[in-house]
Design a protein around this ligand. Structure first.
Ligand code: HEM
Length: 432
C-alpha cells in the first residue's frame, strides 16, 4: 500500500479539541467537527507545548463504531481512558501507585477482568429487574416535579430537576441514604475536580499540587471506607439495590477487595449522574424550543421514547473516551502504529451527516436512531436502560403537570471535555 503523509491537526484545532471551553460553545464546536471530519476524519492531535501525549481524533460515526466494537485490538488500558494531560496522568499514578486512572473501574480495565466484573451487575441493570425499582423512581420523579411546580412559573430546570433527580436515583440504587448525598457529591467533585468553575464546588482550583494530591487521596480513602461499611451492612441485610449485589458478589470464589468495591460504586455513581442530567436537560430544551412538539408529546405519550432517544443523541453527554491499539491498524486510510492513543469523539460521531440526516435538528421521529452516545461493544453503557427509564418516568410526570413551556433566558453549557451538557436552563411554564 502507498504511504501517505500523516494528517496532523492545525494547532488551533488541536487546542480546541481538548479545551473544556470549546465544549461550552456548541454551534462553533459542531462546525469545527464538521470541517475536521470532511477534511481529515482520522487526524493526529499534537500538543505544541508537550502538555499531553499525541493522540488520533476519530470523528466519523463508522470509525468510532468500529473501534468501540473491536475490544481485542483497542484496549481501555493501559493509557488513561479519559483524555488527561501528562501532569494529570502523573498525578493519578502518584495517587494510585501506578494506574493512569484515579479509579480502578469497569471503564479502565479490559478482558479477562472486565467481563467478570461487569457480569456481576449486568442482570441487575436489565429492564426486567429495573421494573422492581420503577415505583421508587416514580416517587423521586413526582417529588422532583412537585418542587419545580412550587418554584414556578419561572425556574432553572438544571438546579431544580435535571441535576438533583439522577443523583437521587443513582444514590438510591447504591443504597446511599439521602442525608449522605451531599457528602458523596462533594467527594466526587474532590476526586474528579470538575473543569467548570460553577460546577466544581470543592474549592480546589487555587491549591498547590501537593495539597490537591492530599485531598484527592483523602477522598479516595473516604470513599473506600464509606462503601466498605455499606457493603458490610448489605451483607447482613441485603435489599434489592445494586449495593447488595456487589456486597455479596464473588469473583473466582473471592469477595471483591475494598478497592474494587469502591471502584465499582464510584463508577456507577459518577457514570449515572451528570450524564443523565445532561440528556434530561437537553430533552427539556428541545421541548421548550418547540411548542408544537411539546403539545404533540403531551397528547401522545407513545412519542416519548423517541424524544428520550433523540435527546441522548442530540446532547451526547459523554463527549469522548480514549482507547489504545494493541497492533498496527489502518483506519480511514491512515496507518496507526501499535500502542497509540485514540479519542473516540462521540459528539462528532453523533453529528456525522453520513449517518444522520440533518444532524443538528432535534427529530424525535428519527428513523433507526443508531447513535453512539452509549458507546458500543464490551464497554457499552451498563446503565442505558436505567437512563432511558429515568428520563421517560420524569417526562411522564412533567407532562402530566405542565401545560405550556418556553425558555425564560439563554441556557448555558458546562465547560468540560469529558461529560458535558447544560448547566443552566431557565424556563417559564404553566402548571395544570
Ligand atoms: C444518558 C445517560 C448516559 C450516557 C450518555 C452514558 C454514556 C456512557 C458511555 C459512552 C459509556 C462508555 C461506553 C463505551 O466505552 O463503549 C458508558 C459506560 C458506563 N455507564 Fe453510562 N451513560 C449514561 C447513563 C448511565 C447510568 C444511569 C449508569 C448507571 C447508573 C451508567 C453506568 C455506566 C457504567 C457502569 C459504564 C461502564 C461500563 C463498562 O465499562 O463496562 N451510565 N456510559
Amino acid at each position: 500500500m502507498a504511504t501517505t503523509a500523516v494528517p496532523v491537526a492545525s494547532p488551533e484545532d488541536a487546542i480546541a479539541v481538548i479545551d473544556p471551553r470549546s465544549y461550552a460553545e456548541w454551534g462553533p464546536l459542531l462546525d469545527r467537527f464538521d470541517r475536521i471530519r470532511a477534511e481529515t476524519p482520522v487526524v493526529r492531535i499534537e500538543s505544541a507545548e508537550g502538555f499531553h501525549e499525541p493522540f488520533w481524533l476519530l470523528t466519523r460515526h463508522e470509525d468510532v463504531m468500529r473501534v468501540s466494537k473491536d475490544n481485542q485490538t483497542f484496549l481501555n488500558a493501559p493509557r488513561p481512558t479519559v483524555f488527561t494531560g501528562k501532569d494529570g496522568e502523573a498525578f493519578a499514578r502518584a495517587v494510585t501507585g501506578g494506574s493512569p486512572n484515579l479509579v480502578n473501574s469497569l471503564v479502565s480495565i479490559d478482558a479477562p477482568s472486565h467481563p467478570k466484573l461487569r457480569r456481576l451487575t449486568q442482570e441487575w441493570f436489565m429492564p426486567k429487574n429495573l421494573r422492581k425499582i420503577e415505583e421508587d423512581i416514580r416517587k423521586l420523579a413526582a417529588h422532583t416535579v412537585d418542587r419545580l411546580i412550587a418554584a414556578g412559573p419561572e425556574a432553572d430546570f438544571c438546579t431544580l430537576v435535571s441535576a438533583p433527580y439522577p443523583l437521587h436515583v443513582v444514590m438510591q440504587i447504591l443504597g446511599v441514604p439521602e442525608e449522605d448525598e451531599p457528602r458523596m457529591l462533594f467527594l466526587t467533585q474532590q476526586m474528579f475536580g470538575g473543569q467548570d468553575e460553577d460546577l466544581n464546588k470543592s474549592g480546589m482550583a487555587d491549591l498547590a499540587p501537593e495539597q490537591v494530591l492530599q485531598i484527592v487521596m483523602g477522598a479516595v480513602s473516604d470513599f473506600e471506607a464509606y462503601f466498605f461499611a455499606l457493603a458490610e451492612e448489605r451483607r447482613k441485610n441485603p435489599t434489592n439495590d445494586v449495593a447488595s449485589v456487589l456486597a455479596n458478589a464473588n469473583i473466582d470464589g473471592q469477595p471483591l477487595s475494598a478497592r474494587d468495591l469502591a471502584g465499582y460504586y464510584i463508577i456507577v455513581a459518577a457514570a449515572g449522574h451528570d450524564t443523565t442530567s445532561a440528556s434530561t436537560a437537553g430533552a427539556m430544551l428541545a421541548l421548550a424550543q418547540d411548542p408544537d412538539q411539546f403539545a404533540r408529546v403531551k397528547a401522545d405519550r407513545s412519542l416519548l421514547p423517541g424524544v428520550v432517544e433523540e435527546a441522548i443523541r442530540w446532547t451526547t453527554p459523554v463527549q469522548h473516551f480514549m482507547r489504545t491499539n494493541t497492533t498496527d491498524v489502518e483506519i480511514g486510510g491512515v496507518q496507526i502504529p501499535a500502542g497509540d492513543w485514540l479519542m473516540l469523539n462521540y459528539v462528532a460521531a453523533n453529528h456525522d451527516p453520513a449517518q444522520f440526516d440533518n444532524p443538528r435538528k432535534f427529530d424525535a421521529a428519527r428513523d433507526g436512531n443508531r447513535h453512539i452516545a452509549f458507546g458500543a461493544g464490551a464497554h457499552q453503557c451498563l446503565g442505558l436502560h436505567l437512563a432511558r427509564l429515568e428520563m421517560r418516568i420524569l417526562f411522564e410526570a412533567l407532562l402530566d403537570r405542565i401545560d405550556s413551556l418556553e425558555l425564560a433566558g439563554e441556557p448555558k453549557r458546562a465547560k468540560s471535555t469529558f461529560v458535558g451538557g447544560l448547566k443552566t436552563l431557565p424556563i417559564r411554564f404553566k402548571a395544570s
